[in-house]
Design a protein. Structure first.
Length: 416
């Protein structure tokens, strides 16, 4: 008979189980709790969109659109793309679902995103993000609130130490045009040493050369003019308001004048929370203000600001979360007590205790099996000298047996 090959897991995808799953769940639960503290509403949007949603929002020259998207034609001949990020889909929903009426809209979401990249530590093809956005608020207060949220999240996850908030401004349109011209002149003067990638960026996306990782580009990028000399008074006031807000809220930050978001519609605030604990995958959370994005999707000019963080990268920084253990394990040390054990666990669960029962395997080993689950309490049903017996034992912490006596006694009395 021909051997059947087991299909493989797709490269760059993950089956998240055990400790990894606990890390993952802890991040999502903490994010859900913190976003409520900031009155951000939860939204869910589709995993795939028309390709145009991402192509127009992110821009054809970005790495994501030019190299990383999972794009396919569906059976109806439409070009669809698995979301490589959340912001574009949220902006689309804002326009198509009439969410303008709720502006300023503070929303949060999380879930899988897809990018065709070379898989390595901290880099996957299906990975997961948490995401927070404020749409329809053009004031620096929105940037501050999002950054304070991110900072509190990292603190509550216990990973804020060793993670630094790097902050920059990309100015307003006037600032950016002037700065861009100065950068192009600087890079043109050093064409001969730039990498091929950066030469290609010079026409389309010169700001991106600033954050090039290629060592050939670094000296030219490092000596490039800062934006500061080109900031209009309005753009400077905006940046000052953001930093003053962060200082008032007690959020530490450092200026990184080389930090850019390459897309044309990015304005003002750009930021990354970075760590040196994850090698070259050191950016854990990143975002900025994208006042031109909704316009690029054909909507009315609408300001927006947001960030996304990779759950896998946050998970790698976490302390190992505790293993889940049951409150009560009910052990039937004789087969005749199987149904009573089921009934007890069912009643315990209805009363809000996590519980399991052990009713199979060698009767003598059932108690050991229960202890392996590390329960706070065990309840053992057995027959000794012809008499039915129920023995409860506390194993850790203080457990109030009275509170579940009323659950267990009637069941026990019926079998005794
Ligand atoms: P990088 O420079 O590492 O490629 P990026 O600039 O492409 O990151 P963003 O588009 O800003 O990343 O996405 C926000 C966050 O999502 C990143 O800071 C990172 O934590 C996470 N992330 C991005 N790409 C991946 C990936 N392929 N696998 C796992 N996490 C990722
Ligand atoms: Mg990337």
């Amino acid at each position: 008979m021909a051997r059947i090959e087991t299909p493989k897991r797709i490269r760059g995808t993950q089956d998240i189980f055990g400790e990894e799953q606990r890390r993952f769940a802890h991040i999502v639960e903490t994010f859900e709790r913190v976003r409520r503290l900031y009155c951000f509403q939860r939204v869910d949007i589709p995993v795939f969109e028309s390709t145009a949603v991402f192509a127009r929002s992110l821009g054809e020259t970005t790495d994501v659109v030019s190299k990383e998207m999972y794009t396919f034609e569906d059976r109806g001949g439409d070009s669809l793309t698995l979301r490589p990020e959340f912001t574009a889909g949220i902006a689309r929903a804002y326009l198509t679902e009439g969410w303008q009426q709720y502006a300023p809209l503070k929303i949060a979401t999380h879930g899988p995103v897809f990018r065709y990249e070379r898989p390595q530590k901290g880099r996957f093809r299906q990975f997961h993000q948490i995401d927070a956005e404020v749409i329809g608020a053009g004031e620096p207060a929105a940037d501050v609130e999002l950054l304070v949220l991110a900072d509190q999240l990292l603190h509550e996850l216990g990973i804020a130490d060793g993670v630094t908030l790097q902050l920059n401004t990309l100015g307003d349109a006037e600032t950016r045009d002037a700065w861009r011209a100065a950068l192009v002149a600087h890079f043109e003067a050093h064409r001969d040493v730039l990498s091929e990638d950066s030469l290609a960026r010079l026409d389309k996306n010169p700001l991106r050369i600033l954050d090039s990782k290629d060592p050939r580009d670094r000296p030219v990028a490092d000596s490039a003019p800062d934006i500061d000399a080109y900031l209009t008074p309005e753009a400077r006031a905006f940046f000052d308001a953001v930093t003053a807000g962060l200082d008032a809220a007690g959020v530490a930050w450092t200026r990184n004048a080389r930090l850019v978001r390459g897309l044309d519609y990015y304005r003002h605030t750009a930021f990354e929370f970075v760590t040196d604990r994850l090698g070259s995958q050191g950016t854990v959370l990143a975002g900025g203000r994208y006042d031109g994005l909704i316009g690029s999707l054909g909507g009315p000019e609408t300001p927006g600001v947001g960030w996304a963080a990779g759950i896998e990268r946050l998970a790698m920084l976490l302390e190992e979360p505790a293993v889940e253990t049951p409150d009560v394990v009910v052990v039937a040390e004789a087969d005749e007590f199987e149904l009573a054990a089921f009934k007890m666990t069912a009643e315990l669960r209805r009363a809000g205790y996590s519980s399991a029962s052990v009713v199979t395997g060698s009767p003598k080993k059932r108690y050991d099996k229960a202890l392996k689950m590390n329960p706070a309490w065990t309840v053992v049903l057995s027959r000794k000298d012809g008499e039915a017996s129920l023995v409860e034992r506390g194993h850790r912490g203080v457990f109030n047996s009275e509170s579940f006596r009323t659950i267990l006694d009637p069941i026990y009395n019926a079998i005794a």
